[in-house]
Design a protein around this ligand. Structure first.
Ligand SMILES: Cc1cc2nc3c(=O)[nH]c(=O)nc-3n(C[C@H](O)[C@H](O)[C@H](O)COP(=O)(O)O)c2cc1C
Length: 331
């Protein structure tokens, strides 16, 4: 039997900067009890040198939750890993996939695909410092690298350093000339390569990521032998489609899925609490705009929330008003 966190990794919501913050994760957890959730990337220098431990704060309801770290200095990553474990995260993930400029100048993220020996030293140090599993999220290569050669070498080095679970974004990152956003769409996806990696490394737990938009697609990858599926943008923009049935379809649970309306009602006390602590309504509701996508009234829901959330005094009543604009679900 897999440990509970590994069992949850059959489906995960990808780490997304500015998107998968603690409010977003609280919402997603109400929609699926089992799906593994990832934080935004937190950099090791910010934690270790910048006294930014508050970036690790999360709600206990979010479990199972993995923190993603960025960095390339083994001792610093080890210290950041120890801090994350003290805070109670269920997994520590290293970012070897994100191509943003900020990330490259600090030698974080995808650029590290060119330095596998350094990444191996980083993860060894992290594993040494960790009380939970350390995992690695990577691309299939960068720039003119040949993924057929680079990816198996990279996985083998991670395995030899003690890593047992990885998430592979099935496209290259082009570090020159493409924006981070373009780097999530333009380099072509190569799913067959990731499937071949599973055949070559049967003992590794491999999750596939990139361009997956539905639970049906996730089920097909699992049926093809992959251990996990990680979904980013589709889970954020259409959380009801991806997450509400995940516990039943991906994990075989028998509990009835919640409706989006129930989820909104369950968010109300959380929102009230956030406001009472001085937070802004929009901090939370911006993650809820896609809850009714595809349903009559979805546009009014979005409009009422996005136009009203920043007005002075906006609160729970605005969310209730927006909910009133959504037509009841067809039976
Ligand atoms: C807004 C945004 C922010 C992202 N930030 C990160 C990040 O911090 N760390 C990371 O590893 N990947 C990051 N990614 C990449 C996603 O984790 C994922 O690999 C990518 O979006 C492909 O999956 P998808 O097609 O299912 O969205 C980000 C993606 C988006 C859209």
């Amino acid at each position: 039997m897999a440990d509970p966190v590994t069992a949850s990794a059959r489906l995960s919501v990808a780490p997304m900067m500015d998107w998968t913050d603690r409010h977003c994760r609280y919402l997603h957890r109400l929609m699926s009890a089992r799906t593994l959730l990832y934080t935004e990337m937190v950099t090791a220098p910010a934690l270790v040198r910048g006294q930014a431990r508050h970036l690790l704060a999360f709600n206990p309801e979010e479990h199972p939750v993995a923190v993603q770290l960025g960095g390339s200095e083994p001792a610093e990553l080890a210290e950041a890993t120890a801090m994350a474990c003290e805070e109670g995260y269920d997994e520590v993930n290293l970012n070897v996939g994100c191509p943003s400029d900020r990330v490259q100048s600090g030698r974080f993220g995808a650029v590290l695909m060119t330095e596998p020996a350094l990444v191996a030293r980083c993860v060894s140090a992290m594993i040494e410092a960790a009380s939970v599993e350390v995992t690695v999220k990577c691309r299939i290569g960068v720039d003119d690298q040949d993924p057929e050669a680079v990816l198996p070498d990279f996985i083998a080095r991670m395995r030899d350093a003690g890593v047992r679970r990885m998430q592979i974004h099935a496209r290259k990152a082009w570090l020159q000339g493409l924006s981070p956003k373009e780097n999530r769409d333009i380099p072509p996806l190569d799913y067959p390569l990731v499937l071949r990696m599973k055949a070559r490394f049967p003992d590794m737990h491999l999750s596939i990521n990139g361009g997956i938009t539905s639970l049906a697609q996730a089920e097909a990858f699992l049926a093809d032998g992959l251990d996990g599926v990680m979904i980013g943008r589709a889970a954020y923009h259409g959380p009801s489609d991806v997450l509400l049935q995940a516990d039943q379809r991906i994990y075989g649970e028998t509990t009835a899925p919640r409706s989006p309306e129930e989820v909104v009602r369950l968010m109300l006390p959380y929102i009230a609490n956030h406001l009472a602590e001085g937070g802004k309504l929009g901090n939370v509701t911006r993650h809820m705009l896609g809850l009714f996508t595809g349903r009559p009234g979805a546009r009014q829901w979005r409009r009422i929330l996005s136009e009203g959330a920043h007005r002075p005094g906006a609160g729970v009543a605005l969310v209730e008003e927006a909910l009133g604009a959504v037509s009841p679900a067809a039976a």
